[in-house]
Design a protein around this ligand. Structure first.
Ligand code: AMP
Ligand code: ZN
Ligand code: FE
Ligand code: FE
Length: 290
């Protein structure tokens, strides 16, 4: 049974393969009625997503984002939901992050050339389109060039965090991002926490910074993993949330939109919190200049 809610998904505006419209229509067909578009460090897909959502009478879109942050030795992703994404200062910060993504992707292309696995920057750019360029685009260029046969293999051999073509990029710290999301009226959730080291310390620090939730229901997390994370969320007073993190890139870990056992109860509590903070109104698209 798919969940009625899916709080984590990507479109062509970052490294997803479906446009916001295709993504929302697929989610709708799967039975999802409440969904967040959470592209990496970018909100440019939201206008299209709101238009697509409005075509379904009983469908609600939460404006969201997934921000990349850095701790020593690891990358931490934080989701923001119900954000006032049109805030000018917020958009300026996002533009800065986009620029740093481009510089870093070019660096990875150069390293691949040095490794004798050349891909062209033009191809990576073309694959990324207008959206935020990311490693999955480089992975697709590697597949296209015949250097690897799958996206996962591209990560495993070259561009995972410890891979020979990996390049760091400028990121903020997790508490800085939580504060940035709160500053635009959002609710912050720690994404895919399973493989993070020192998780309890991180949760303590982020709870203090204003974190609301933690992903517990996610992709291929099994029942035992879910139970462990659910207890941890409870211990730190966090809502046990989740999503498919659908990218449309395939691979064994992929789940379709809504294909996660996320119960409605914590989602309702998230909605109640959003209501308390007068953030539910942001599920309606306020066009600029109105
Ligand atoms: P970036 O933001 O450019 O660092 O890219 C991060 C994205 O790459 C993640 O959100 C995932 O979608 C994808 N990713 C990271 N590691 C892997 C992996 N091992 N296999 C496939 N995709 C991955
Ligand atoms: Zn991604
Ligand atoms: Fe992520
Ligand atoms: Fe994601």
């Amino acid at each position: 049974m798919p969940s009625r809610a899916d709080l984590h998904s990507h479109s062509t505006f970052s490294d997803g393969r479906l446009t916001p419209t295709e993504l929302i229509d697929l989610a709708y067909r799967n039975g999802v009625r409440l969904m967040a578009l959470t592209d990496h460090d970018i909100t440019d897909g939201l206008p299209e997503a709101f238009e697509a959502a409005a075509r379904h009478e009983d469908f609600t879109l939460i404006p969201g984002i997934e921000m990349s942050t850095d701790i020593p030795g690891n990358e931490v992703h934080i989701l923001g939901h119900f954000i006032d994404w049109q805030d000018a200062d917020f958009q300026r910060e996002l533009e800065h992050l986009q620029d740093s993504r481009v510089g870093r992707a070019r660096g990875m292309v150069e390293k691949l050339i040095e490794l004798g696995k050349p891909v062209s920057w033009e191809r990576v750019q073309a694959i990324a389109g207008d959206g935020a360029v990311g490693r999955p685009h480089i992975a697709l260029a590697l597949v296209e060039a015949g250097h690897v046969s799958t996206v996962n293999e591209a990560f495993d051999l070259y561009i995972s965090r410890n891979g020979p073509a990996y390049v760091e990029r400028e990121k903020m710290t997790p508490p800085e991002v939580v504060q940035m999301l709160l500053a635009v009226g959002g609710l912050a959730t720690l994404a895919h926490p399973r493989d993070l080291g020192h998780l309890e310390e991180l949760l303590a620090e982020l709870k203090e910074a204003g974190l609301t939730g933690m992903e517990v229901y996610y992709q291929d997390y099994g029942p035992e993993e879910v139970e462990r994370l659910r207890r941890l969320a409870e211990k730190f007073g966090l809502l046990p949330l989740g999503g498919s993190d659908f990218h449309g890139l395939g691979g064994p870990q992929q789940r379709a939109p809504g294909d996660i056992p996320l119960p409605w109860e914590p989602v309702q509590r998230l909605l109640d919190l959003a209501q308390e903070r007068d953030a539910l109104k942001r599920t309606q698209y306020a066009r600029p200049g109105r």
